[in-house]
Ligand binder design. Structure first.
Ligand SMILES: Cc1cc2nc3c(=O)[nH]c(=O)nc-3n(C[C@H](O)[C@H](O)[C@H](O)COP(=O)(O)OP(=O)(O)OC[C@H]3O[C@@H](n4cnc5c(N)ncnc54)[C@H](O)[C@@H]3O)c2cc1C
Length: 220
């Protein structure tokens, strides 16, 4: 894990527990998201003492909290193809579906770069699980650049792949509802034992509105 004025570079082989223990500079006000997302991994410390950040991303499950974290923080992943030069891909473009991603045969995820500008944002975090310490059924993160008073909303776990909505300013409740419905149809919500699509849709909207209201307030 390498912190600099540019941001944070994380080796894909870094363990989730290392991210949990990471103590960033004071201006990285979004860094508490690291712990919130580590705590979102079912199995708690027993799993994240051994599991790697890259492994969680490459597993590409809807409830992969390292995907939620790095997508919300606008990360770029560096991939190492087997017989070609390294290539970069935005986190939002990496997971393509449930257990599916943009890796080509033999390709490795080498590292994850989170820009300092994203780490310096305000954030709001909401997560639901059907059982205590259960796998996430809905995980929504909002971030905001203090100077712009914008909103970047990242929806994960309730959909097979992350969905991101970018607003130049905090939208009205109606505009937010319409924007989510335009991006995610009722049939697009994930369906498994961790939550029915209708529940996931309802909770996604509920959390998104809470985040909108929270980040509409002036903050530090
Ligand atoms: C009790 C329990 C609870 C769990 N809860 C969750 C949960 O809530 N959410 C969740 O998402 N998962 C969960 N898992 C599944 C899994 O343990 C986690 O996703 C874990 O983070 C995977 O990390 P790992 O390092 O063990 O990956 P591995 O199992 O080693 O790898 C996962 C896959 O990614 C590939 N891979 C790993 N690293 C790279 C790389 N750098 N480049 C390319 N490919 C790579 C591997 O070949 C493999 O196909 C759980 C598992 C258990 C046993």
């Amino acid at each position: 894990m390498h912190a600099s004025s540019v941001g944070l570079e994380i080796a894909a082989t870094g363990r989730i527990v290392e991210l949990y223990r990471f103590d960033g500079p004071a201006e990285w006000t979004a860094a508490p998201l690291f712990r919130l997302c580590c705590d979102s991994l079912l199995g708690s410390f027993k799993i994240w003492n051994a599991a790697t950040i890259g492994g969680n991303i490459c597993m590409s499950l809807p409830a992969g909290p390292m995907i939620s974290l790095t997508t919300a923080l606008e990360a770029t992943y560096t991939l190492w193809p087997r017989d070609a030069a390294p290539r970069d891909i935005k986190a939002i473009d990496f997971v393509t579906g449930n257990h599916a991603n943009a890796l080509r045969p033999g390709e490795l995820l080498r590292s994850i770069k989170i820009p300092a500008a994203a780490l310096a944002k305000r954030f709001a975090f909401r997560r639901a699980s059907l059982t205590h310490l259960g796998r996430s059924s809905v995980l929504v993160i909002g971030t905001q650049d203090r100077a712009k008073h914008d909103l970047l909303l990242t929806i994960t776990a309730s959909t097979p792949r992350p969905v991101q909505l970018r607003f130049g300013q905090v939208p009205s409740a109606d505009d937010l509802r319409r924007a989510i419905d335009a991006q995610i149809s009722a049939d697009d919500y994930f369906d498994d034992v961790n939550g029915l699509p209708a529940y996931r849709r309802h909770t996604t909207h509920y959390f998104a509105q809470q985040i909108r209201a929270e980040l509409a307030q002036p903050g530090t």
